[in-house]
Design a protein around this ligand. Structure first.
Ligand code: DX5
Ligand code: ZN
Length: 224
């Protein structure tokens, strides 16, 4: 029996000219989370969208906004993202010097705090903060673009983090992001991932309800 997981579709692979429709289609298909990839052209080479777009989407959707900030010094914009309607705010450990202060500020603002780690960043970057976090995001590609291939060595990192969580009696979620497909879903869930982000492997295969079922079936049948 595989543990249930949440699928958080990355809007990066959605149709940007119809984002409101895309969110409505996700909700109609039974999805409860939407992963919002914010990129600043500095922390990562790509640029996407910021608080004004999220605020506009907030007005038309009640999905849980899982907001992944791939921006330098995210502490400058936490209130703006919270005001825009972010439910969860995930910052990169590599992008902020005073990570504890940044995490505490996210909680003070009333959002769920999460920290993301690039593939090459050791778990020790977040180890002391685990009791303060609602989620840890293990990047399984180098952030910046959708459609990249999953980096297999990251699976071990998920396993190690999951063991750490168990040993310390903590309950933060473990999210994986990058190159997630039905083909690696079972392994990720077995390793301890609770929230799977999927961009190209989800939006590229409508209808969304059926695609969600494919991910769930993959987890159930391949794990043994
Ligand atoms: C990558 C982003 C991901 C990305 C995932 O920098 O953080 O959320 O959109 O896309 P896929 O699933 O296509 O790898
Ligand atoms: Zn992301």
């Amino acid at each position: 029996m595989t543990a249930p997981f949440i699928l958080s579709p990355s809007l990066l692979s959605a149709d940007f000219s119809r984002l409101a429709d895309e969110l409505a289609a996700l909700a109609a298909a039974g999805l409860t989370w939407a992963h919002l990839d914010v990129m600043d052209g500095l922390f990562v080479p790509n640029i996407t969208f910021g608080p004004p777009v999220i605020a506009a989407l907030r007005r038309v959707s009640s999905l849980y906004f899982d907001t992944h900030l791939m921006i330098e010094r995210p502490e400058r914009y936490l209130a703006a993202f919270r005001d825009a309607g972010a439910d969860l705010i995930c910052v990169h450990a590599e992008a902020t010097v005073h990570l504890e202060r940044t995490v505490a500020e996210i909680r003070r603002l009333g959002a769920a705090p999460a920290v993301a780690l690039n593939p090459a960043t050791h778990l020790s970057a977040v180890e002391y903060l685990l009791p303060e976090l609602d989620m840890v995001l293990i990047m399984t590609v180098n952030p910046g673009f959708g459609g990249q291939s999953f980096l297999p060595f990251c699976l071990e990192k998920v396993r190690t983090l999951s063991a750490m969580r168990r040993e310390r009696g903590l309950s933060f979620r473990i999210q994986v992001d990058g190159g997630v497909t039905p083909g690696n879903t079972a392994a990720l869930v077995a390793a301890g991932a609770d929230v799977l982000v999927s961009g190209s492997a989800f939006f590229g295969h409508p209808p969304y309800k059926e695609r969600l079922d494919v991910f769930h079936a993959a987890a159930a049948t391949q794990a043994s």
